[in-house]
Design a protein around this ligand. Structure first.
Ligand SMILES: N[C@@H](CCC(=O)N[C@@H](CS)C(=O)NCC(=O)O)C(=O)O
Length: 208
């Protein structure tokens, strides 16, 4: 049995969505953010020493990091539907994008969020953060191009993983120059599995 350790309003939402797309049986352990600090409860450290969400368990296996979790689930249970085989032509692009999402694209969005708390003191960082946000969203827009999904004409784990970037950027009104990313986000959020995952995960502020 797969268990997802789900923190409300977090990156864990996209792992729940992957589980719903796969149609596998799973259990949810819910964790609530501290109302003031937004940190996860200490109890999450019993599952993984970092105490961050998401974490999934599958039998004896514990996987942290949303990208690794989504990739593990889609490779293990997806029957090749959501992730290309490692010897196929599309694998390197898939692998690059799966690492890129948290390794590069998320950083300027997180910096924007943190620096916004500094008020005027953070102003000198603004131009660099904004240019990095534009660089990464522009890159994602170019990779997507005219396709329906990042890997072509079908949903893959890359779209599930990237959704959090698109939602966080959209919430900050950063997608308006990228109509193809807006169209993709609408396409993703219209999927029945996406909606089922929202019902399962609880309130999620990046959703419309
Ligand atoms: N790169 C990690 C980030 C994990 C992470 O920072 N999760 C946040 C929620 S989005 C969290 O657990 N925050 C609560 C805390 O830091 O205590 C991933 O993609 O899973």
């Amino acid at each position: 049995m797969i268990t997802i350790h789900h923190l409300n309003d977090s990156r864990s939402q996209r792992v729940l969505w992957m589980l719903e797309e796969l149609g596998v049986e799973y259990a949810i352990e819910h964790y609530a953010r501290d109302a003031v600090t937004r940190l996860a409860p200490e109890s999450l450290k019993k599952i993984h020493p970092l105490g961050k969400s998401p974490v999934i368990q599958d039998g004896d296996m514990v996987v942290a990091e949303s990208g690794a979790s989504i990739d593990y689930l889609s490779r293990t249970y997806g029957k090749g539907k959501f992730s290309p085989a490692s010897d196929s032509a599309g694998f390197n692009k898939y692998n690059e994008l799966m690492h890129y999402v948290e390794g590069s694209a998320m950083l300027p969005l997180m910096l924007g969020l943190y620096v916004s708390h500094l008020g005027e003191a953070g102003a000198p960082l603004g131009p660099r953060i904004q240019s990095e946000q534009a660089l990464h969203l522009g890159y994602l827009s170019t990779v997507l191009g005219e396709q329906d999904y990042f890997m072509g004409d079908a949903l893959s784990a890359v779209d599930v993983h990237t959704s959090f970037i698109l939602e966080a950027a959209n919430m900050r009104d950063l997608l308006k120059e990228f109509p193809n990313l807006i169209a993709l986000l609408k396409r993703l959020q219209a999927r029945p599995a996406y909606k089922r995952a929202l019902d399962a995960g609880g309130p999620y502020s990046f959703a419309p």
